[in-house]
Write a protein that binds this ligand. Structure first.
Ligand code: 5GP
Ligand code: MN
Length: 324
């Protein structure tokens, strides 16, 4: 199918943006789609990707060096494409171009996405936004460079084809991308598996300091500002910690918090299936997927955990009553 071609008819300038604190799917989707558009539609005079700072390990992707992170130009794009962002606010500063664009398209897979653009392609069953994009472009026209970016997106959102969002379809898409001659093993190791020494240290600390709540059904860990300074880490160094917490035997929900401001915490949650963490995150103004979601909450660690576990416990009780 070739939905992208239909969307760019009559368009000359395009801005593409993803969510704040971009992850692998966000970066892979933005660079994969922009590269595809540049290669196949010479009538486009501008295709610009706007993203916050991108982790160094993603820099090998074609176009990564051209990503823009400044928003001073008062531009009005013909088309703004929002990728992997469940709500408009998560586009961060790129919202200024969303607001002034002649047309807006959103491509995403978050179940919490209510469709904030003019045209919305939201597929909650898809493993990743990269998988949704794959379905909107022509397979024969996918080059190695586009394949690398889309494959990276899928790898990250499926935890290398391990999470429940991985479907037979995901594997078929990955197979097509592999056939484009990509160095898949290198992409997996260098962007997903390898961690720097400080990243390993902070992971170790998070595991060591974790606590169990709700009779062992909930595991929790938190990193405070002073630890960021001590280990000299930034928020992107914390990716993957919550997934490590989730695979603790007996746990239904893993919660990882980091202090993003005074009395403010970023919350990451992962579920093993019995608790809908998207529902919990939405209740506190965030969103995501049934098994992976996040939000930002105010207060002390104690306040935040009290509020979160209250909602989780309610869901566990409801499930228990239903099962009896
Ligand atoms: P993570 O825990 O990896 O930061 O996020 C898990 C999932 O939830 C991701 O798909 C992410 O895009 C989504 N998510 C995280 N935080 C928020 C938030 O504050 N709002 C919304 N709408 N989605 C979020
Ligand atoms: Mn995603």
């Amino acid at each position: 199918m070739n939905k992208i071609k239909a969307e760019i008819e009559g368009v000359s300038t395009i801005a593409i943006a993803g969510h704040i604190r971009p992850d692998g799917d966000c970066v892979g989707s933005c660079l994969g789609l922009s590269q595809y558009l540049i290669e196949n539609f010479p009538q486009l005079t501008e295709v610009t990707v706007y993203l916050e700072e991108v982790p160094g390990s993603y820099q090998f992707l074609k176009g990564a060096d051209k990503i823009r992170n400044s928003y001073e130009d008062k531009k009005e794009y013909d088309l703004f494409i929002a990728l992997d962002s469940g709500d408009k606010e998560r586009l961060g500063k790129a919202q200024c171009y969303f607001d002034t664009a002649k047309k807006t398209v959103c491509i995403d897979h978050h179940i919490s996405n209510k469709g904030y653009a003019k045209v919305n392609y939201i597929v909650p069953d898809a493993s990743s936004t990269a998988e949704v994009i794959f379905d909107m472009i022509e397979q024969e026209k996918i080059t190695k460079e586009v394949a690398e970016a889309l494959y990276m997106g899928i790898v990250h959102d499926t935890g290398v084809f391990q999470y429940s969002c991985t479907s037979p379809k995901t594997m078929r898409v990955a197979a097509v991308l592999m056939e484009k001659g990509i160095d898949f093993n290198r992409i997996i190791d260098e962007t997903f598996n390898y961690k720097t020494y400080v990243q390993k240290q902070i992971l170790g600390r998070a595991l060591l300091e974790s606590i169990m709540l709700l009779d062992g059904k909930c595991i929790v860990s938190a990193i405070r500002q002073k630890e960021f300074e001590f280990y000299n880490v930034k928020p992107s160094d914390l990716d993957g910690i919550v997934s490590q917490l989730r695979t603790t035997k007996g746990v239904e929900v893993a919660i990882f918090l980091y202090e993003s401001n005074v009395q403010e915490y970023r919350v990451s949650m992962r579920s093993n299936g019995n608790v809908d963490v998207n529902e919990v995150a939405c209740y506190f103004g965030g969103g995501g997927h049934v098994r992976a979601a996040g939000c930002t909450m105010q207060g002390s660690v104690y306040d935040v955990l009290n509020n979160l576990t209250g909602q989780i416990e309610r869901q566990l009780h409801q499930k228990q009553e239903k099962d009896e």
